[in-house]
Write a protein that binds this ligand. Structure first.
Ligand code: PGA
Length: 218
């Protein structure tokens, strides 16, 4: 019966997601919990290196990250794109320019995420590939704080487009049209190869993939 099936979906779901996915994954938990009221959830939000540590220690059921670790034996599945864009205050002189060069961008003061951040690594990789160095004016361990700092005129930064939620400083920011941007990345759902996923974790995984499909086409 349906009641028996519902009863099966009981227990704990442990998720760990990178900071940029925290705008997407928690939103989905509401409908999921309504459908399966017997499931309790713990959600850890941390940066790329924090996720790697948790994955290595096998602390959670499922992980959401943008860079699949090459040195770990994991199962992974991409489920949504995660473009990294250049953000500036809406009234910035470069706001209306087209195809801004990387070297022009590098003349601007820059705000960078903390070491251990996957966003930071992707940005540094792009600049290094083009042998361009930026002046890091400010280092900040939070996407929200970086958005506020950009709006406050402290500098430009590169963040996931998913951080541009309608709250906070987003309305005061604009995406610059810079060559080599956006940096194309994906979110992956990841778990250790050979790990026996619980019924609850498998149910959530299917739900996540399905919700992402709908989000991508909406
Ligand atoms: P971060 O996560 O918080 O480590 O920058 C984003 C990413 O890895 O894409």
């Amino acid at each position: 019966t349906v009641a028996d099936l519902k009863g099966l979906k009981q227990g704990q779901l442990r998720l760990a997601v990178i900071t940029t996915a925290k705008y997407f994954v928690p939103r989905l938990l509401g409908p999921f919990c309504q459908r399966y009221p017997g499931i309790d959830i713990s959600l850890q939000v941390t940066n790329h290196s924090g996720i790697l540590e948790r994955l290595t220690d096998n602390l959670d059921d499922l992980y959401v990250m943008s860079q699949v670790p090459e040195h770990l034996d994991v199962v992974f599945q991409p489920f949504l794109d995660n473009p990294l864009v250049v953000l500036a205050p809406a009234n910035h002189p470069l706001a209306n320019e087209k195809n801004i060069s990387l070297s022009r961008l590098a003349e601007e003061p820059f705000i960078m995420r903390e070491p251990g951040s996957g966003t930071r690594k992707a940005v540094q990789k792009l600049f290094a590939a083009h042998e361009i160095s930026v002046e890091v004016k400010l280092e900040l361990g939070s996407n929200e704080a970086i958005k506020q700092a950009i709006a406050g005129g402290l500098g430009l930064s590169v963040l996931s487009r998913h951080t541009l939620t309608p709250d906070g400083a987003s309305s005061e920011l604009t995406v610059l049209d810079v060559e080599h941007f956006p940096i194309h990345r994906n979110w992956y759902v990841v778990y250790p190869n050979g790990k026996q996923l619980s019924v609850v974790a498998r149910t959530y995984l299917e739900y996540l993939l399905d919700a992402a499909k709908q989000f991508a086409t909406s």
